[in-house]
Ligand binder design. Structure first.
Ligand code: URP
Ligand code: ZN
Ligand code: ZN
Length: 469
């Protein structure tokens, strides 16, 4: 009887701190030994000296989030986690969204129903708090934190979701009291509305004007305000999808003043720019409508710098999948819909890891260890899943990626999401996961998806562990 269920031989293992050569032994879905010339396993995989990293933890993705009809998210927990697995992500943390007037508990129960029996990889939930009533603040939120929903997103924009400053202070106070992590979408809603109306009055409604309605200053102002609000309450925050220089400057200022402000960025701010929203009025630019919008190209260098020097804590996809064709996605309000009516968001759950390995590690902009920290270890720590997730160590779940370093041209037809385009069509990449294992089971073998709906389990999160407690 072999001692292990699986042994991965000749791995070049990468953690957030080290690179070392070893065999990796797995039993009952967990890593049980790292060493040289380990005894045989029931199954053996030869990594042949290739890099092996912890599976990705995508801590910002939207799956099957309820939308006002006819808009519909293209990916549910089945297609979304299938796509994640094929791109090397083995844990996802999407959002249970509270509608105004809805109890948080109802939102969580509804979201569990959406996930049940469908996920191919493990998943946890962030909450989206859009209606912080006295009951939500005093009862529901504290109880849900205790039950393992230890992070929540709050919005400073979008009419149906945004909180005012007083409400944000109330929610941050709950985060402080109970040790939860608050994620903040920082864009100034009133400025956006004012600019949008002026653009509409001037007939400037093509997708590219989405970027004009959300210039960097509206993100800078809201980032500054979010930092001030967190300082007032004396609680850490994590600012999500940071897009460029002016927001980065605010975060550097906060850090220099000793504030615990964490930050996330996403592939779209490294690989897309304002031009992708269109250089003319064609609707094609709708494919890249997301918020904050992709910025001028010089910002890409600023974001790379922030990834390399520790400004950014996590690198997430912000996968928000809408189809381009058809009546439930980008064209839901018509082929020539004004930018205000174009669903915000782009797909990226499958491409996140390979884009950063190719253009970050292979292009020598970041080290392999930094890659692991940003895509796996830090998100697991930020949201209370570490060390079970986000580490390649004895006792951790055997969530692993074996990397193939090879050149190819990315095509949407290779991807496994339910979206009819990728914003990265035609990009030349130099790496892709050659194999993904989720709790020791192969879910992507480099050619085929081999997972099983329902194999992914719900994870109750502990408290964040980015800071010493
Ligand atoms: O445009 C975006 N980012 N859509 C997803 C929702 C959000 O605010 O993250
Ligand atoms: Zn957001
Ligand atoms: Zn998002």
């Amino acid at each position: 009887m072999p001692a292990f269920d699986l042994v991965i031989r000749h791995a070049r293992a990468v953690t957030a701190s080290d690179i070392f050569d070893c065999d990796i032994a797995v039993k009952d879905g967990r890593i049980v030994q790292l060493g040289q010339s380990l005894p045989a396993g029931a199954r053996e995989i030869d990594a042949a000296g290739r890099h092996v990293t912890p599976g990705g933890v995508d801590a910002h993705c939207h799956l099957d989030q309820p939308e006002p009809p006819p808009v519909r998210m293209a990916d549910d927990f089945d297609t979304g986690t299938r796509s994640a697995a094929c791109g090397g992500t083995t844990t996802v943390i999407p959002f249970a969204l509270q509608h105004k007037g809805q109890s948080l508990r109802d939102a969580v129960a509804d979201y569990h129903r959406r996930a049940e029996g469908k996920a191919h990889v493990d998943y946890a939930f962030h909450l989206i708090v859009s209606d912080p009533t006295p009951t939500v603040l005093a009862e529901e939120l504290p109880a849900l934190i205790r039950e393992g929903y230890t992070s929540f997103k709050i919005y400073m924009t979008y009419d149906s979701l945004k909180l005012d400053d007083g409400q944000i202070l109330d929610v941050l106070s709950v985060a402080r009291e109970h040790g939860a992590m608050a994620m903040i979408h920082a864009e100034n809603a009133d400025c956006i509305e004012w600019l949008t109306r002026r653009l509409e009055a001037a007939g400037r409604t093509a997708p590219r004007y989405h970027g004009h309605a959300r210039p960097m200053l509206v993100e800078r102002e809201a980032t500054h305000r979010a930092i001030a609000l967190s300082e007032l309450v004396d609680v850490p925050i994590l600012i999500v999808h940071v897009s460029g220089q002016e927001a980065v400057e605010q975060i550097r200022w906060a850090r220099a003043h000793g504030l615990n402000v964490f930050a996330e960025t996403c592939p779209q701010y490294l690989f897309l720019s304002a031009e992708d929203l269109g250089i003319d009025d064609r609707f094609e630019g709708a494919k890249c409508v997301c918020s904050p919008p992709p910025r001028g190209k010089s910002n890409q260098r600023v974001i790379w710098q922030g990834l390399a020097d520790g400004l950014f804590t996590v690198f997430s996809s912000d996968h928000a999948p809408y189809r381009f064709e058809g009546e439930d996605g980008k064209k839901a309000a018509g082929e020539d819909a004004a930018f205000r009516h174009i669903p915000n968001g782009i797909p990226g759950i499958e491409t996140r890891m390979a884009l950063l390995w190719s253009e970050g590690v292979m292009a020598r902009r970041i080290t392999p260890q930094k890659f692991v920290e940003l895509t796996s270890t830090n998100p697991a720590k930020a949201y209370g899943l570490h060390p079970r997730k986000g580490s390649l160590a004895v006792g951790a779940d055997a969530d692993l990626v074996i990397w193939d370093e090879r050149e190819f041209v990315l095509r949407n037809s290779q991807l496994h999401h339910n979206v009819d385009y990728t914003p990265y069509e035609g990009m030349h990449l130099t790496a892709w996961p050659g194999m993904t294992l989720a709790r020791g089971e192969v879910v992507w073998d480099g050619r085929e998806f081999t997972g099983r709906a329902g194999a992914g389990r719900f994870l109750h999160c502990g408290l964040p562990s980015l800071l010493p407690r």
